[in-house]
Design a binder for this molecule. Sequence first.
Ligand code: F6P
Length: 321
Amino acid sequence: MKNIAVFTSGGDASGMNACIRAVVRAGLQKGLKVFGIMHGYEGMINGEFIEMDSRSVGNIIHRGGTILKSSRSERFMTPEGRKLAYEEVKKHNIDGIIAIGGDGTFKGAQAFTSEHGIPFIGLPGTIDNDLYGTDCTIGYDTAINTAMECIDKVRDTATSHGRLFFVEVMGRDVGYIALGSGIAAGAEDIFIPETQTDLQAVSDKLKQSAHKESYIIVVSEGDDAGHVKEISEKFKEMHPEYDIRFLVLGHLLRGGNPTAGDRILASRLGIAAVNALIEGNHNVMLGWRHNKLAQTPLEKAVKHHIEVNRDLLEILQLLSY
Ligand code: F6P
């Protein structure tokens, strides 16, 4: 292992920069040459490889986004696209690659490595916290803290006006962002893709909460009841007596300075990825589980879907009356 490369792919997440920094500096310490690939898999196909030194990752640990940029590459989903990428990887004499991203990123890595034999390490970088093999993904802690701060602010105005707010957060398939931010902000209810939303039951619960000065429901974008605009309209028909508003937090949750938790997780996993490449633990996703490093074969990481923690749902229901 002499030359390694690192890239970020899929939706960006705060802490990706801290992770790039860790990979570059740990790699250099081990005597490796480290390249950054710009724009994820698209850049790999286009040959956008840049040699990195310690200064190229200076002053980034605290910054959101990714200095290597990101993309969702359609071309890499095809064998022809992956072949073009392989030619570029060979041209730059890359012996191993570290991919920071989510499910789609690892699917691409898995296909690439089985077709072309270049070792890959996957690091979980997504705000969704939806990856098997890690308790937390890089970016999740920052995202739920941002959502919590926004909901706290909404709570102020909702309380002043006695309003009901539906606040939509990201999370297409998994409701962890809604769950984490909802518990932390003391939401009255959450709607997530893992459970069926029953607006009548929500309405009954609301009627029992007449003592409350405000009412906040956090909705995951993938919920079966739809998006918050639609839900608010349906709810207004059921309850014309309530003053209802909605808010979509969307991409706001992807930006901002990473929390200490995300910076530490990113630093740990970045170093571990370099070690894994050197030690020959290839084609795995590295995560952090039960307070220690956890290794999951990429194949398994892309096949298994995580279940949302039902205990957290109970916490919310128990404390929100
Ligand atoms: O996977 C991360 C994520 O932020 C999801 O929560 C969200 O559904 C999606 O990306 C949005 O993607 P895009 O930035 O392409 O709109």
